[in-house]
Design a protein around this ligand. Structure first.
Ligand SMILES: Nc1ncnc2c1ncn2[C@@H]1O[C@H](COP(=O)(O)OP(=O)(O)OP(=O)(O)O)[C@@H](O)[C@H]1O
Ligand SMILES: [Mg+2]
Length: 260
């Protein structure tokens, strides 16, 4: 067995709330292989964002470990291997769209001019051409999300962590960006962990879908997706697609007849 890029073992996470410990994640075990695309689904409050916060080192576990490339990495050092788009986009209000998109490259040592030139090249692809000099407050929610997504992709880390990156987008933009993400991934072969609440999106994009239980979140199901690559929209109606979809809805307790 090759060493996975990411190995999360026996991970438990708690928050303090009103002087009480609230267990958000309990004994989570999962791995992500090199070049693998994993989607993470689960009910609201199951700890999906908490898990990405931990993998990226923004928040620390109370028990368990996170290994990258076979080496246990303490929280403070995890940011070096990961590029993270949080659930709420965190654009800096005083920077323009272009300056925000270029931020990750600047932080990682590119000159301002070079970082902005690289970011600029991708603006049209993300449907943002002409909006380079706008400030976040002057952009729509969907545009802000695309700027945050562009910034994350430009960081070029081995492990891309995406928390509902397309949540605020309309169906057309969502479908375009899904297609774009899957093509970028097929070309660049980063490893991806992407949270989504959309089961169809998970099946369409992922090699494997991991399902978390309601809080405290723990892994209750893993589904390897048997759809060939490259993925196409035509697959959305295939029997394989529908079978995966049914299994995942069942794991979430959302099949017809179940009480959601
Ligand atoms: N900073 C915090 N302080 C206290 N409790 C928190 C904090 N962040 C999250 N929680 C709690 O931890 C649990 C998991 O939250 P988390 O945001 O990880 O869930 P999620 O699966 O990402 O949900 P959603 O699908 O709604 O985004 C929830 O019960 C939430 O209320
Ligand atoms: Mg979340």
């Amino acid at each position: 067995m090759p060493t996975p890029l990411l190995q999360v073992s026996n991970l438990t996470a708690t928050y303090m709330e009103d002087g009480q410990h609230l267990t958000a994640l309990e004994d989570v075990n999962l791995h992500v292989d090199l070049h693998e695309f994993v989607c993470l689904i689960g009910p609201s409050g199951s700890g999906k964002s908490t898990l990405l916060d931990i993998i990226s080192g923004l928040f620390a576990e109370v028990a368990g470990s996170v290994e990258i490339d076979g080496r246990e990495i303490p929280p403070a050092e995890r940011a070096g291997s990961t590029s993270y788009m949080r659930q709420r986009d965190l654009l800096m209000p005083w920077r323009t769209a272009l300056e925000n998109a270029a931020l990750a490259l600047e932080v990682h040592g590119h000159t301002k001019t070079d970082a902005r030139a690289r970011a600029q090249e991708r603006f049209a692809e993300f449907g943002l051409a002409g909006f380079e000099d706008r400030y976040p407050a002057q952009l729509s929610g969907g545009m802000r999300q695309r700027v945050a997504f562009l910034r994350t992709v430009l960081a070029e880390r081995d492990l891309l962590l995406l928390d509902e990156p397309f949540g605020a987008l309309d169906a057309l933009n969502r479908s375009n960006l899904q297609q774009w993400l899957v093509q970028m991934w097929e070309r660049e072969q980063q490893s991806v962990v992407m949270v989504t609440h959309d089961v169809d999106e998970a099946v369409f994009l992922a090699d494997r879908v991991i399902v978390l239980s309601a809080r405290p979140g723990t892994v209750i199901h893993e589904e390897r997706i048997n759809l060939p690559r490259p993925r196409t929209r035509a697959m959305l109606t295939s029997n394989t697609f529908l079978a995966h979809r049914a299994v995942l809805l069942d794991a979430l307790g959302l099949l017809d007849g179940d009480v959601a």
